[in-house]
Design a protein around this ligand. Sequence first.
Ligand SMILES: CC(C)(COP(=O)(O)OP(=O)(O)OC[C@H]1O[C@@H](n2cnc3c(N)ncnc32)[C@H](O)[C@@H]1OP(=O)(O)O)[C@@H](O)C(=O)NCCC(=O)NCCS
Length: 129
Amino acid sequence: MTSSTSGYHWGIEVDGDLVGAISVVNLDGHDAKAEVGDVVARRAWGRGLATEALTAVVAHMFEEVGLNRLYAVHAPGNTASGRVLVKAGFEHEGLAIDHMRCTEGFQDCHLYGLTRGQWRRRADEAAGG
Ligand SMILES: CC(C)(COP(=O)(O)OP(=O)(O)OC[C@H]1O[C@@H](n2cnc3c(N)ncnc32)[C@H](O)[C@@H]1OP(=O)(O)O)[C@@H](O)C(=O)NCCC(=O)NCCS
């Protein structure tokens, strides 16, 4: 992992094979929030790696770094990405209009968020509390 004031970056590795990456960027110290994004090589898709990495990073950012909110976006067609976010506890908050600029112009994105309070409540529920 490397970290700086602007973000945290990890590789996702399986048996010495670097198959992906996950980053926390756009850190906002005042609001204690940041954006998370991940990518996994096609050869390693569907093995739960993104979900496992995101779950671990969420815990680290809330427990160790002390953030209050994480958010993420994905393009409308990227259903797998939304599924990973929901499996890691994020809630779909809506469609952010013109959120991202790509080669075709501005693009809408689905916005997902998770607060430390929501995350703690889910952990308590999962533990049967
Ligand atoms: C999104 C991505 C990171 C997922 O990585 P992964 O390691 O395969 O993810 P996981 O195995 O943890 O989970 C994938 C989930 O999406 C589901 N899924 C995959 N393709 C899907 C599709 N076309 N429609 C609906 N669900 C889909 C899988 O079934 C799985 O859910 P399940 O466990 O309930 O069955 C990977 O596909 C990727 O790198 N995509 C390109 C980059 C990208 O989009 N990054 C995110 C930018 S915001």
